[in-house]
Design a protein around this ligand. Structure first.
Ligand code: ATP
Length: 337
């Protein structure tokens, strides 16, 4: 979508009354015809815009859930996250797009969002499934100046931000859980995955940029809308809460939460300020978990996270292990959670 259209939509959305064609022309330095064209294109996309002679334009209604750069930009209330924004109807992977932009110098806070990814990525080279209109896949590019060993905590910061945003959007408390370190689950089903990737400077002494990729299942109405291999463990916000969520609004809510949480994280460069909130959402604290460590699988009791965001697990023999997020997955003893 051209910026004019996105800007016009943003102005209409955030105004109470009518905005005259004159005001729109003046504000964006475009002609009357350009405004008229942009408004017509918005109408074609499903926005109901009233135009009254001598008064101007007014946004009456938006399509229920449309994802476009205009829709996202017009809902953005963040300070820095998403202020540089790229949107694709279809892309390979938003993480790969963000990494490319990272190489080209894109600023801290750049967001790449898409409707569909046809090569979405999970951890350890696994895939992330998206179908048109159902998932919100996006990636946030960060250029932090802290040491590389802190980076894995950003996955936890994002997980907390997604959980809080989902709670606000669906008005659901208690049921939005985090499966350490990077999945959001509701009623034992996965509704979101997060993949954080880091690129170091050529000298390997500093972080060049980090991309935090998120895929949230939003609009699926039944298990059949997921691929056979994930059908029994995946679900969506619609399926778990019955609420229809606007993906652009959800993206804004996640980014707003992330900005707040990131500021808290940045004060101490660890999870101490966020630990209590994270722990409230953490699935299975006090229960038995299976730790799928590539170096060897074991079971133990989860005691929640420490300040470095590691999961504390006490093995049967009493040994206390601090599990580092990197390559490890955690399961319930008898199933996914
Ligand atoms: P796990 O979810 O097995 O604990 P993980 O956290 O390492 O492991 P991710 O990297 O978050 O997994 O995501 C990849 C996995 O998520 C895939 O292997 C697949 O099983 C599952 N998956 C892929 N697409 C979706 C989706 N849309 N919804 C839920 N789960 C999905």
């Amino acid at each position: 979508m051209k910026t004019d259209r996105a800007d016009i939509l943003a102005l209409l959305r955030n105004s109470e009354g009518y905005i005259s064609g004159q005001q729109l022309c003046g504000r964006f330095g475009v002609t009357r015809t350009a405004v008229w064209k942009a408004v017509n294109q918005l109408k074609e996309e499903g926005y109901r815009i009233e135009s009254v002679p001598h008064k101007g334009y007014r946004l009456l209604e938006s399509p229920e859930d449309i994802l476009s750069s205009g829709e996202i930009a017009s809902r953005l209330t963040t300070v820095w996250a998403g202020r540089t924004l790229y949107y694709h109807d279809v892309t390979g992977s938003t993480n790969n797009d963000a990494k490319r932009l990272g190489e080209e110098g894109a600023p801290h806070g750049t967001v790449v969002a898409a409707d569909v990814q046809n090569a979405g990525k999970g951890r350890r080279g696994r895939g992330w499934e998206t179908r048109p209109g159902e998932v919100l896949p996006f990636t946030l590019l960060l250029r932090p100046d802290f040491a590389a060993e802190k980076a894995s905590m950003l996955t936890l910061v994002m997980a907390l931000s997604v959980a809080q945003a989902v709670e606000r959007m669906t008005k659901t408390k208690d049921r939005v859980c985090i499966k350490w370190p990077n999945d959001i689950v509701m009623n034992g089903k996965k509704i979101c995955g997060i993949l954080t990737e880091m690129t170091m400077t050529p000298e390997m002494d500093e972080i060049q940029y980090i991309v935090v990729g998120v895929g949230i299942n939003v609009n699926h109405e039944s298990p059949e809308e997921f691929g056979a291999e994930i059908r029994d463990k995946a679900s969506s916000l619609k399926m778990e809460t019955g609420v229809s969520v606007n993906r652009a609004e959800l993206l804004n809510e996640v980014l707003c939460s992330f900005e707040t949480n990131y500021a808290v994280f940045a004060e101490t460069l660890d999870m101490s300020g966020l630990k209590e909130d994270y722990q409230k959402h953490l699935q299975g604290v006090g229960g038995e978990v299976r730790v799928l460590d590539p170096a060897g699988e074991y079971t133990g009791v989860s005691q929640g996270i420490n300040e470095r965001g590691e999961l504390i697990v006490v093995k049967e023999n009493g040994e206390k292990v601090q599990v580092y997020a990197g390559e490890v997955s955690v399961r319930g003893l008898y199933g996914y959670v």
